[in-house]
Design a protein around this ligand. Structure first.
Ligand SMILES: N[C@@H](CCC(=O)N[C@@H](CS)C(=O)NCC(=O)O)C(=O)O
Length: 257
């Protein structure tokens, strides 16, 4: 496997809540850029112990010898600054870069919260699904505490993320509106959202849209797709049929190539 940077003396650490789509954004960037890292997975609320220790709050956090990055976009920009020019996720062309950053901001600020709120609304009351999503690869100790802590962690998350039927319906409308914007961009037959190369805009859209499309190649799988609530499955099927949904599925099929 060709590396894009010289190996640092210590591997990078990526602190995650494994199912988080913002964490998947950082994970995919590290994988794509072939950077050696160790993922430290935590279930809520244990992630707070790990993030607080290094001065962060939310996940992902990337810990490197050159600094600690506590936001997914900062992580991407840092990684971009250390890889060779042919591997970059942000082009040197300023107009394209601006377009990419604008899309990335839109996806970060609107799509990410919307897919998270809408997705959680459908699964949060199902213990088995939530356990499969929140405990994927986390330390045994945290898995052991999950049954005791889940009810309180769930209600804290519901409150913090404002998850209720009305907000979920609004989130669904937001996802649809952003998918429509992406459908429009793709309508001229382009392969990527900006320019002729995979960029931070594609990566951010694919990862933050993933909860609405559930790409089979997503590295964090919970219970099988068929075990999800039928209402959720039927909406996911609809999203998968849109040009934006097909785009996400294609990017995920190519994720590891
Ligand atoms: N703007 C941040 C958002 C990250 C974020 O919202 N992470 C969520 C997981 S999806 C999190 O760690 N939540 C736990 C918490 O807030 O304590 C980024 O892009 O990194």
């Amino acid at each position: 496997m060709k590396k894009n940077i010289e190996s640092p003396t210590k591997p990078f650490y990526l602190i995650t809540i494994p199912i988080s789509h913002y964490c998947e954004k950082a994970r995919w960037a590290l994988d794509k850029l072939k950077i050696t890292y160790v993922e430290k997975r935590h279930t809520p609320p244990f992630h707070l112990l790990a993030t607080n220790r290094v001065g962060g709050k939310t996940t992902p956090v990337l810990v490197t010898e050159s600094g600690i990055f506590i936001d997914s976009s900062d992580i991407l920009k840092y990684l971009d600054s250390i890889v060779s020019s042919d591997a970059k996720l942000y082009p040197t062309n300023q107009n394209q870069r601006q377009e990419i950053e604008k899309l990335e901001d839109l996806f970060n600020s609107q799509l990410g919260p919307a897919t998270r709120r809408w997705g959680y609304f459908h699964i949060m009351n199902d213990y088995k699904i939530m356990q499969s999503r929140w405990c994927h690869g986390v330390p045994f100790f945290e898995q052991a505490f999950f049954p005791i802590l889940f009810p309180i962690t769930r209600s804290l998350a519901q409150r913090k993320l404002n998850i209720n039927p009305e907000s979920a319906a609004q989130a669904y409308d937001t996802i649809q509106s952003i998918f429509e914007q992406v459908n429009k961009l793709l309508s001229d037959g382009r392969t990527y959202l900006v320019g002729d190369k995979f960029s931070a805009a594609d990566l951010t859209f694919a990862t933050l849209a993933a909860p609405a499309v559930l790409p089979p190649e997503h590295p964090m799988q919970g219970v099988s797709y068929k075990e999800l609530p039928p209402k959720l499955i039927s909406k996911i099927k609809e999203f998968r049929k849109t040009p934006a949904g097909k785009f996400v599925l294609r990017l995920y099929r190519d994720r590891n190539s």
